[in-house]
Design a protein around this ligand. Sequence first.
Ligand code: GAP
Length: 388
Amino acid sequence: MSPRVWEASGHLEAFTDPLVECLNCHQRFRADHLPGFHAPQSGHDGTETVDMQAAPTCPNCGQDRFTEPRNFHLMFKTFMGPVEDDASVVYLRPETAQAMFVDFPTVQQTSRKKLPFGIAQIGRSFRNEITPGNFIFRLREFEQMEMEYFVVPGTDEEWHEYWIAERLRWYTDLGIREENLRLREHGPDELAHYAKRSVDIEYRFPFLGWGELEGIANRTDYDLRRHEAASGVDLTYFDQERGKRYHPYVIEPAVGVDRAMLAFLIDAYRVEEAPSAKGGTEKRTVLALDRRLAPTKVAVLPLSRNEQLVPTAREVFDLLKPHWMCDYDDAGSIGRRYRRQDEVGTPLCVTVDFDTATDRAVTVRDRDTMAQERVPIERLVEHLRERL
Ligand code: GAP
């Protein structure tokens, strides 16, 4: 985007984190991530004063002496075109949000929407994080999905509540356990400069404790006004019912896709006791992903790599392939192949056996209950569609 967009949004001036260096081992840290440090978590507004009085210790060497915090800019800067001069400086976007503000009148007019309505977008964002890590929790290149939901001023608080409840329901509906989720209200000293109120949805990560998955902010009309002032383009909305022009208020759910994926994986992963083929029980690893999140929906497995079974199994695979992401596996014992599919979260397995040639039916096996059901091939697509 034009760098002037980042100027208007406040990012050029204030998208910073407080950086400190340990005076003993010279490692660098984000001050508000140091153990023992109690201060506003990055509000990214650059104005917060960082209080080092709580005497945090260095996670690397244990000393407690640091340089004074300095504001470290999080946007990646680069040059567009062949000449490296000031005129061609551009920035990788640190969030997807701003495009939806500057495009607001175009989207509203071409889609002829009335308030309330939302513009949503998914895509890459980039931040020069001081301390990336914790698996894919904090990355320098990550995926965001954000929505700017434009509402009539005065209805914003109600819509904020609506989206908080709706977003929480989205996680539990897709399988995250309620006890692993919580809402966290931002305190006044932590609110971003654009927000009237902000609530985070947090997940209890086993390696980290509570960590943010998503922020849901009431951004008021801050952004539309800022972009209007900087560009001179009218960013108001004409409300026909009320017969007036105004700047809509905005509710913004902002999700980190990588973090959400990590939470879905952790919540779905379990190791349980299951009946063993040799009698007794054995450990079974299951990725109990919601069927909508499971990357592969169905696996087709011939009972053995037999010349009578393979052509029919291939025929069944070809029948299902146009409908779902399917896997075909004929390597190893059938028990091992079931376990392999359990471990990658495939909800259903279809087994072709020696009876298939005579009864034109297959066995459908459920990942979670391990129950098996005989289904005629001619009804298979319909049967799987009902269950998926
Ligand atoms: N437009 C508002 C905004 O970007 P944010 O809280 O800075 O808000 C939204 O980012 C979400 O993006 C976070 O809740 C988090 O899930 C994800 N996110 C932010 N920085 C990230 C990073 N470095 N690595 C992975 N995900 C990140």
